[in-house]
Design a protein around this ligand. Structure first.
Ligand code: SF4
Length: 255
């Protein structure tokens, strides 16, 4: 994986003090020259800015160890780190910037400032995708800077309390935004009944926005689950997506 370039590596043993009153982001890892591994833009060359903290605690989360170990970086520090690489050039050429977590919406104020300051400094805004667990309402200012919403509401099998994971008013709002997709992690056949009962029948989201993705923390698990999910997607006339980073790099993070 010589082509993946790291700006900030995940390091649970590293602790950085909070910066005074300057705007900052708590960043778990930051890397580029890789691809979007999931969702509607699977395969797209991309940079990943993974922020710390999440609103959920899914039992199968494969990035928990990473997003729990972030550190505060001022916007200026982030830009200086970026300036020492060719990331800005790659973003200008069309690499997508994926804001992921954890929960990007937990730091949407900082991310708004980051994207605005980016535009001021470099004269353009990168094509921006946001991974979103759909439990926090986006500010209009932040939403205006997002090009694609990769929403991923959690089903009951995630182990999160219903009140914490299922927010109908937020789902309905997210579905009304342009370029909003809803990617569901599928573990069992009965997951479709839950999608139909809790998301489609109440009219919160539309069928054309749905993407089904198999649970797959490693290649073995992904390969075990994917045929069932492909069959479900065909039967229900919705999209299927794999987890291409697992196919390529198995359990390795930071790629
Ligand atoms: S919402 Fe995403 S990042 Fe948060 S615990 Fe669940 S899988 Fe992990």
């Amino acid at each position: 994986m010589h082509y993946v370039k790291t700006i900030i590596a995940s390091n649970p043993d590293f602790e950085k003090p909070l910066p005074g009153n300057k705007p900052y982001l708590e960043v778990a890892e930051f890397f580029y020259d890789t691809i979007q591994g999931e969702g509607i833009n699977l395969g797209q060359p991309a940079a990943f800015l993974r922020v710390k903290h999440c609103t959920q605690n899914c039992w199968w989360c494969d990035t928990k160890a990473v997003w729990r170990a972030g550190n505060p970086y001022t916007l200026e520090e982030l830009f200086e780190l970026m300036d020492a690489t060719d990331l800005v050039e790659k973003l200008q050429r069309g690499q997508h910037l994926i804001l992921t977590g954890g929960s990007p919406l937990k730091q949407q104020k900082g991310l708004t400032l980051f994207l605005q300051a980016f535009r001021e400094r470099y004269g353009f805004k990168p094509f921006t995708e946001v991974e979103n667990e759909c439990t926090l309402m986006p500010d209009p200012e932040f939403a205006s800077l997002v090009d694609v919403w990769n929403n991923s509401p959690k089903l009951s099998h995630s182990g999160n309390p219903d009140k914490l994971r299922y927010r109908p008013e937020i789902l309905k709002h997210m579905a009304s935004l342009p370029n909003a997709w809803f990617k569901f992690v599928i573990v069992l056949e009965k997951d479709w009944q839950e999608i139909e009962r809790d998301f489609l029948q109440p009219g919160l989201i539309q069928r054309r926005q749905i993407i089904l993705m198999p649970l797959g923390g490693d290649r073995t698990e992904l390969h075990h689950n994917r045929e069932m999910v492909v069959a479900m997607a065909i039967r229900e006339t919705v999209r299927y997506c794999s987890r291409e980073h697992i196919e390529l790099w198995n359990k390795k993070t930071g790629v």
